[in-house]
Ligand binder design. Structure first.
Ligand code: FES
Ligand SMILES: [Fe+2]
Length: 358
């Protein structure tokens, strides 16, 4: 079976990507290397690494990494000891050195080897030449991203002008509220495809449809990200979830290739991360940030209402995504077509995928 596939850059002529990309394990393996191994992945929070020695561990596909604060510098390493591949960090916490849990080799926060007991008789073994393998790390607002590929363009190239566009929401000063995650029986790309279009809103999300001005809904494309404009329907009412107070209290929905979404509204941000778990499964993680985090989100009426509405929409999306995943396995279906008016975001995602997989 050929792993390469054709893809038309013109949405009016293009067919969607072949169904085998959603069901064949060969693509999951290829994506680990060519997609997740080369892009910026959301791995943690700045507040977890604000003081020297604070660290956390994370995983990008099969790769274990550790992120550490070393003075002014945020550093990232493969969490793999140079001796016999033990882990140099576990969970999260604060330490002034990283010590391997297997035979105790110790590394400085800059990744250089500090101590390796009983290695005196090893020939050509110099501590100075031993250094944990680095990964790229960068912070954006309260979020920490990592990229396994040392040659990948810096985070700013992927984010382009998002800083300026989201400036009025002051994301940098937002604080962590909480997280929720779902294991969904669909390929990670089915969930991302679904996120990237508003085309399904009238049919799948009747309640949300009442809140949004569907005619004004549009998706703006950039090199590595897209932005969905979903204006709230004007007016207010007793049954409304969102009360529109001014024309520019519009929400911003950013998607950054391949699997991170930042949903920013007045005073808060919700991040979504779609983690691939083989061809038929993904884990979707939502994390909330706010300027005024509630003391207890579970007991706060505003937050409980917000979460309940978010849960309702998520349940509707999960149901359709899982059904689509089943159908993508059918012998009767291979490729479909895009709505040039409504699915430019999905076409953009697929063209980036094509670019990275090629
Ligand atoms: S594997 Fe790390 S000290 Fe042996
Ligand atoms: Fe949806």
């Amino acid at each position: 079976m050929a792993l390469i596939f054709s893809f038309d850059p013109d949405i009016r002529r293009a067919a969607t990507i072949p169904s085998r990309l959603y069901v064949d394990p060969a693509y999951s393996v290829l994506e680990e290397d060519k997609v997740f191994g080369r892009t910026w992945q959301l791995v943690g929070r700045v507040d977890q690494v604000s003081a020297t020695g604070q660290y956390f561990t994370a995983e990008i596909g099969p790769e274990a990494i550790a992120v550490v604060r070393d003075g002014e510098t945020l550093r990232g390493f493969h969490n793999i000891c140079l001796h016999r591949a033990g882990p140099v960090a576990e969970g999260c916490g604060t330490r002034q050195t990283l010590q391997c849990r297997y035979h105790g080799w110790t590394y400085r926060l800059d990744g250089s080897l500090l101590r390796a007991p009983e290695m005196e008789d090893a020939c050509d073994f110099t501590r100075e030449s031993m250094h944990l393998l680095p990964v790229q790390v960068a912070a954006w607002g309260p979020l920490v991203f990592a990229n396994l590929d040392l040659k990948a363009p810096p985070l700013e190239r992927f984010f382009e002008d998002i800083d300026r566009r989201s400036e009025r929401f002051s994301v940098t000063t937002m604080r962590y509220v909480g997280r929720k995650s779902w294991t969904i029986a669909c390929n990670w790309k089915v969930y991302v495809d679904n996120y990237l279009e508003g085309y399904h809103i009238p049919v799948v999300h009747p309640t949300l449809h009442k809140e949004l001005d569907y005619d004004q809904y549009r998706v703006e494309l950039h090199r590595y990200y897209s932005l969905q404009h979903a204006p709230i329907r004007s007016g207010r009412g007793g049954n409304r979830q969102y009360q529109s107070t001014s024309p520019d209290d519009e929400a911003q929905y950013y998607w950054i290739f391949p699997n991170v979404m930042l949903n920013i509204y007045q005073g808060q941000m919700q991040t979504n991360t779609v983690v691939a778990r083989g061809p038929d499964s993904c884990e979707v993680v939502f994390e909330w940030y706010a300027h005024q985090p509630p003391a207890d989100a579970a007991a706060d009426p505003t937050w409980t209402r917000l979460m309940a509405f978010s849960d309702e929409i998520q349940a509707e999306d999960i149901e359709i995504c899982e059904r689509v995943q089943k159908n993508l396995r059918s012998r009767s279906y291979d490729r479909g077509r895009y709505s040039p008016t409504r699915e430019n975001g999905v076409h953009h995602f697929h063209s980036l995928l094509h670019e990275f997989l090629a």
